[in-house]
Design a protein around this ligand. Structure first.
Ligand SMILES: C[C@H](C(=O)O)C(=O)SCCNC(=O)CCNC(=O)[C@H](O)C(C)(C)COP(=O)(O)OP(=O)(O)OC[C@H]1O[C@@H](n2cnc3c(N)ncnc32)[C@H](O)[C@@H]1OP(=O)(O)O
Ligand SMILES: [Co+2]
Length: 132
């Protein structure tokens, strides 16, 4: 599978952001999911073969709170669909790219995910996604 799985966008309010994606662009919006561990509310918007992932903080300790405080709303990460996240974590280390965990973690919609540190990926926080 070679495609961009989704583009993550940090927003203050998903409901307000949907004015663009739903009301203007009339894209299909999937059900919301709450990721308590990450402190996030997440909604996906289908765009052809890929998706936009809208990320809203549930609290000030969420995984995107620092980003919103420092940079404001905007593109947060790009996620690539891969066949095996664990293999990609191992391979990234061999290539000098720094994974943020040694093992995959749970992502939205029953996925396994890993992130690569933006300092080792040209300033772009990069996510690897494996659909179960
Ligand atoms: C699960 C779900 C799913 O898809 O299924 C998701 O996407 S969850 C999506 C949300 N979850 C995650 O992102 C989890 C993984 N992310 C992280 O662990 C962290 O956000 C992190 C390690 C990338 C950055 O955390 P940190 O505490 O180091 O934050 P800092 O603010 O100190 O950032 C350190 C340096 O990285 C830069 N930086 C931080 N965040 C980003 C970003 N999103 N894109 C590009 N650069 C970034 C900062 O500007 C700073 O650069 P400088 O030093 O030059 O100022
Ligand atoms: Co994501």
């Amino acid at each position: 599978m070679k495609k961009i799985d989704h583009i993550g966008i940090a927003v203050k309010s998903i409901d307000k952001a949907l004015n663009l994606y739903k009301n203007l662009l009339e894209l299909e919006v999937t059900g919301e999911e709450v990721l308590e561990d990450r402190g996030l509310r997440v909604v996906f918007v289908q765009v052809g073969e890929t998706r936009i992932e809208l990320l809203e903080p549930l609290n000030e300790n969420s995984e995107i709170s620092g980003f919103l405080a420092k940079r404001g709303e905007g593109i947060h990460h790009i996620a690539y669909a891969v066949d095996n996240v664990q293999e990609m974590i191992n391979k990234s280390k061999e290539l000098g790219i720094k994974p943020l965990s040694d093992e995959p973690k749970d992502g939205a919609h029953n996925t396994k995910v890993a992130f690569l540190h933006p300092k080792t990926t040209n300033g772009v926080l990069t996510e690897l996604v494996e659909h179960r």
